[in-house]
Design a protein around this ligand. Structure first.
Ligand SMILES: Cc1ncc(COP(=O)(O)O)c(C=O)c1O
Length: 380
């Protein structure tokens, strides 16, 4: 008998998504910025403390908006980790800026704040902390560096909803921030995202860029008698059906996060003996970080062949996966970006990382099977 397949991810449904989606039809409002979008905006603003939240098609488009808002000139530099998703860099490359890749910390796999200052040049304009696995970067140090050098901070909090740093919500700490609601994230709408604007400075312009460069938002609020082309922009706003789906998830955000944290803790406890035996390293969460159970990964001991472990898990019906191929090693990363130093930890840690299934509904017995299979494979 073949064992039941345990997928890496299974999108969770609260059961309300389609009920709310049907409501958009009854409201005769399917395009963006209807009542569900407004509810989602308010929820994000209330739960993060940002001045303005704006739903987007994805975290990618939220980052695109952030890069547009910062008005880069050709050759301006943006400091970011190489160990991240392509969208972190693409947004800035599209504005003719140059990603400068800095190595990561060994404990959190986040941008190493101790290396940022030496990567700053006269062209540096911004820092992009990516909160890997919903565990915050060392934001106080990054804010202090940004202040000293007059730089902007754009948080890539794609994985960071409901997570915090010193009790401040990720995404709301930098000048601009971004969430992802892609189906692999904690809170989902299939594809989806949000831009978070920390204070009023960027709020009005962000609204205009998102609506094709027009002041349609002001027109709908009755603040102007017609809307016109005001600025550059594009169509970044999702339709109301997506927002309705998202609303069903946001309503349950606390429960979803708690469930994921319980799964995360079970892995953490069960895999402790393997760490003690030197076969792998478990994630490290600094005390200042309140994570959200987005991801459970292990770093295999350097002598263990990761591909054999991934293949073994797959053969046993378990969907485990590796993660980012460092951007500085990729063709576009080399064409458009610049590595600051060797990035030795980025290269070595990214090759040792295995992500285990984490999704609402993953049972204790399924988790037990994942751990037993992993144990057998790393001991082989
Ligand atoms: C760090 C990071 N940034 C950005 C993104 C892009 O998110 P989206 O798929 O919503 O565009 C991802 C996607 O996984 C990510 O991991």
């Amino acid at each position: 008998m073949t064992a039941e397949y345990i997928p890496f991810n299974r999108p969770y449904s609260t059961g309300k998504e389609m009920v709310y989606a049907a409501e958009t039809q009854r409201n005769y409002h399917l395009s963006g910025d209807g009542p569900f979008t407004k509810r989602c905006h308010r929820w994000i603003e209330e739960h993060t403390g940002c001045a303005k939240a704006l739903l987007t098609h994805s975290c990618t488009s939220a980052l695109d908006m952030a890069a547009l808002l910062l008005d880069f000139e050709r050759g301006d530099e943006v400091i970011m980790p190489s160990y991240t998703f392509v969208s972190t860099a693409n947004a800035f490359v599209l504005r003719n800026a140059v990603p400068v890749f800095v190595d990561i910390r060994e404990d959190t796999l986040n941008l190493d704040e101790r290396l940022i200052e030496e990567a700053i040049t006269t062209r540096t304009r911004a820092i992009v902390p990516v909160h890997y696995a919903g565990v915050s970067c060392e934001m106080d140090s990054i804010i202090a560096i940004a202040r000293r050098h007059g730089l902007r901070i754009v948080e890539d909090a794609a994985q960071g909803i409901m997570a915090g740093y010193k009790n401040r919500a990720l995404g709301s700490i930098g000048d601009l921030g971004s969430f992802s609601f892609h189906e692999t994230k904690n809170i989902i709408s299939g594809e989806g995202g949000s831009l978070l604007v920390r204070d009023a400075e960027f709020a009005q312009r962000a609204e205009i860029l998102r609506e094709k460069g027009t002041d349609r938002g002001r027109f709908f609020r009755g603040e102007v008698d017609k809307y016109t082309w005001q600025d550059v922009g594009s169509s970044f706003l999702p339709n109301e059906v997506t927002a309705a789906f998202l609303w069903a998830q946001l309503e349950e955000a606390q429960r979803i996060t708690s469930e994921r944290l319980a799964i995360w803790r079970r892995y953490h406890e069960t895999l402790q003996p393997l760490e003690q035996q030197g076969l792998l390293r478990r994630p490290i969460v600094p005390t200042d970080c309140q994570h959200n159970g987005h991801m459970y990964y292990v770093l295999l001991a350097p002598e263990i062949d990761r591909q054999l472990v991934l293949d073994g898990l797959k053969q046993n019906g378990i969907g485990a996966v590796f993660h980012y191929v460092p951007l500085h090693s990729s063709p576009a990363g080399q064409r458009y970006g610049r590595a600051h130093g060797e990035l030795a930890l980025t290269t070595s840690l990214s090759q040792r990382l295995v992500r285990l299934p984490v999704w609402f509904g993953l049972s204790e017995s399924q988790q037990q099977r994942v751990c037993e299979t992993l144990t057998a494979l790393v001991k082989r």
